[in-house]
Design a protein around this ligand. Structure first.
Ligand SMILES: [Zn+2]
Length: 148
């Protein structure tokens, strides 16, 4: 399983007022992106955790701040098939048509960026469709040895 995590920021415990440790994590679970936030208080044991499907802005920016962005570029594949790429990206990340169109243009030129886990997931989607991709920058831990 690929995942990336970081201890991000701190909040005050609402029970005892101590500083809580806040950990965020992104993982690929069953082929989908999962975002998790977990806060724990070392002083009194208070804690909470949330997780959500898809990208979470807080989790995302914490990971990007800690590890920097990864970049994914298309190396080879059915380059002239915009419709195929559009369909894949929409299924992968949703988003509006304008947003997805912009991403297709990015992929073809400078490459698109995101967290290591997001780019790993996108790489899997594209590889499964016959594209060859290049990943640059930080890689998620727990790499399962898949090849380009
Ligand atoms: Zn506490």
């Amino acid at each position: 399983m690929s995942s990336e995590s970081v201890v991000a920021g701190s909040t005050r415990c609402d029970r005892c007022g101590s500083v809580m440790r806040c950990a965020v994590r992104q993982a690929i679970i069953d082929g989908r992106l999962r975002s998790e936030v977990e806060s724990t208080c070392a002083a009194c044991g208070n804690g909470w955790a949330t997780c959500s499907d898809g990208a979470d802005d807080y989790v995302r920016s914490a990971l990007l701040a800690a590890h920097g962005p990864s970049r994914l570029r298309l190396a080879d594949g059915p380059f002239d098939d915009d419709a195929l790429l559009l369909g894949l990206l929409r299924r992968y990340g949703g988003g509006g048509l304008f947003e997805v169109n912009a991403k297709v243009a990015e992929l073809r030129t400078i490459g698109c960026t995101g967290t290591a886990v997001e780019m790993e997931l996108l790489a899997r989607v594209l590889r499964a469709a016959g594209y060859s991709v290049v990943l640059e920058g930080p890689r998620p831990s727990g790499q399962t040895g898949d090849t380009a």
